[in-house]
Write a protein that binds this ligand. Structure first.
Ligand code: FAD
Length: 563
């Protein structure tokens, strides 16, 4: 049967690697690409700040242009999904509904209601996985019905499953010649993407991350041009406070599906295939998208993944409730320039480097303020362009050592962390103009500058810039003791996301550790045979030196070391 189909875009705002759209085109005589701007759904699912609204509208406009170039168009309608679709099905004589499969609970609920509607109206439904490398249900099935809870175990399961599906074929003008998008008489100016103004949303900051597939692909191509950079990419070596992103900066595009993670993965594979050596997971670029996949997999099968209560993998911690302290952190008023600069970049631009996320997340939770990771996650959700249900919560649990990460004795110093890679504080000067004339010597701890230095810099600490809100060494030691206590009481929960073989203290491997200022930690452990090099859970990290405990890097468990 050939259908009259509505292809419903939700995430997946792209035309490349769009298997559901290909399936829709191949099974239909008429196809209506539709986006339902269901504000209640979007805002009920996750907090959505103005920057992300802007990114979404830009992405929709780009999709509209992309479809027009293929001889089709995008119908954008505002309202609740069910009511809008019910009306369109009737008006257009639709027989099939297609949409990408998604994993978040709010999408699962929407999918259920769409399937119920389809059943009621007698529509066929087609739905393919396009937002992740694998259908995460396959990963869970291959792991005996449970999500693998460590990255290492996750890679082992993937090595059994083999490579992800190849990206879908290209969609061309011929597709839309065979399967036309009917136009409604006189509707040329209808169904347009609304403006921010239409939605009553104000944003007055520069666009640094224009939304849409076109921009995403352009940025992707730019990165892949530099094959040396790709093959040597090692996440811990990238710089959190460079003035331009030292990583790909593609996350906003992946999060809304303007870019296909599968296309990226295979482009990387092609580059790796041409080189003698390349970095490996967890630190390589492919390793990064596998982290994403890991969190998607665990989130899809863990109840209350974005909460502490009722979340079986998360340590239950009596975090402090302190609205005033939370507000200082959120509004970049902690008095620690490194933390405040990062929070300023987040609020103004909607993207910060992974290790910068580490710094502010550790500071809010187990490092300094002992405030719940859920509070931090909500703030990130509002401001990040790449805000993502699974990845955000997964990383917040990681950083707060509530799950996944167990070297909790390592606490980032809000002064030394940033200074290592930007001793002159160029990043601080950019985001905290009040401090721009401070001498480098004092810029990370301006409260230590003598009064005459502060006067000369035109910034009196306590008046023009806040005093530090806590004594870092005092509170971090207190927090360490609290965390130790939690761990000893909840050892069983902690073990769930911990791979014993990952812990150097458990396997007793020989390591060298040079601390902190030079920060070199090397792993000289023997590597076991690999099932598959690409998915090796024991990637060869020998050549790398690490300054931070990041991304599952195996660092010695030190007793109470505060970095
Ligand atoms: P690259 O290093 O270039 O990596 C390429 C892609 O791999 C990224 O675009 C992203 O899709 C994926 N990736 C990289 N690192 C991770 C990771 N640790 N976990 C999962 N996927 C990863 N990322 C989000 O996409 N959305 C979030 O809401 C989010 N919240 C975070 C919260 C905290 C507290 C922390 C510490 C990290 C969070 N991350 C989140 C993960 C990571 O910081 C970003 O994905 C990364 O910094 C994006 O920059 P990039 O595209 O240059 O990454």
């Amino acid at each position: 049967m050939t259908h009259r189909t509505i292809h419903l875009f939700r995430k997946g705002l792209r035309l490349h690697d769009n298997p559901t759209l290909v399936a829709a085109l191949e099974s239909s005589e008429a196809l209506y690409p539709v986006y339902v701007l269901d504000r209640a759904f979007l805002e009920g699912a996750m907090r959505m700040g103005a920057l992300r609204w802007r990114f979404l509208l830009q992405s929709l406009r780009d999709l509209q242009r992309g479809l027009a170039a293929l001889g089709s168009r995008l119908y954008v309608l505002q309202g609740r999904h069910e009511a809008v679709l019910r009306e369109l099905v009737r008006r257009w004589g639709v027989t099939q509904l297609t949409f990408d499969a998604e994993v978040e609970p709010f999408y699962a609920r929407l999918d259920d209601s769409l399937r119920a509607l389809a059943q009621e109206l007698g529509l066929s439904v087609q739905s393919c996985v396009a937002h992740t490398l694998y259908d995460v249900k396959r990963i869970i099935k291959a792991n005996g019905g449970k999500p693998p809870l460590t990255y290492k175990k996750f890679l082992q399961v993937l090595s059994v499953l083999g490579e992800p599906d190849k990206p879908a074929r290209e969609i061309t003008r011929q597709d839309f010649e065979k399967c036309k998008t009917p136009t409604e008489e006189g509707s040329e100016n209808e169904y347009q993407v609304p403006t921010l103004e239409d939605l009553g949303i104000e944003v007055d900051v520069e666009v640094l991350w224009p939304g849409g597939e076109t921009q995403g692909l352009k940025r992707l191509e730019k990165h892949l041009e530099s094959q040396g950079w790709v093959v040597n990419f090692s996440k811990p070596r990238t710089i959190p406070n460079s003035l331009l992103p030292s990583t790909t900066g593609l996350s906003p595009y992946f999060s809304l599906g303007c870019l296909s993670v599968r296309s990226f993965y295979y482009r990387l594979s092609n580059i790796y295939a041409q080189s003698k050596n390349h970095s490996l997971p967890p630190v390589s670029l492919q390793g990064q998208v596998l982290w994403r996949e890991f969190f998607y997999t665990v989130a899809s099968a863990t109840p209350n993944f974005t909460k502490m209560a009722g979340n079986p993998i998360c340590l239950q911690i009596n975090w402090y409730e302190n609205q005033e302290a939370l507000d200082k952190w959120r509004t970049a008023q902690t008095g620690f320039p490194w933390i405040d600069a990062i929070m300023t970049q987040l609020r103004q631009e909607g993207w910060i480097h992974h290790l910068a996320r580490h710094a502010v997340a550790c500071f809010l939770t187990r490092g300094d303020l002992w405030i719940s990771w859920e509070e931090g996650m909500k703030v990130f959700e509002e401001y990040l362009l790449d805000a993502d249900y699974s990845v955000n919560a997964g990383n917040w649990m990681w950083l707060s050592a509530s799950a996944f990460f167990h070297q909790y004795t390592r606490i980032f110093c809000p002064v030394r962390f940033g200074r290592r890679t930007d001793p002159d504080g160029q990043y601080l000067r950019k985001y905290l103009p009040a401090l721009k004339n401070f001498p480098s010597k004092y810029i990370y701890e301006p409260w230590t500058a003598p009064p005459e230095v502060q006067e000369e810099a035109g910034c009196i600490v306590g008046k023009d810039y806040p005093l530090p809100m806590v004594d870092h060494s005092e509170v971090s030691q207190r927090n360490l003791a609290l965390m130790r206590q939690v761990r000893s009481e909840q050892e069983n929960t902690a073990q769930l996301t911990r791979d014993l073989a990952d812990d150097p203290m458990e396997v007793g491997v020989k390591r060298e550790h040079q601390d902190d200022q030079g920060s070199v930690t090397q792993d000289h452990s023997e590597k076991p045979e690999r099932a598959s090099k690409r998915f090796s859970p024991d990637s060869d990290c020998k050549a790398l030196s690490y300054s931070w405990a990041s991304d599952g890097m195996r660092l010695p468990e030190l007793s109470g070391e505060v970095m």
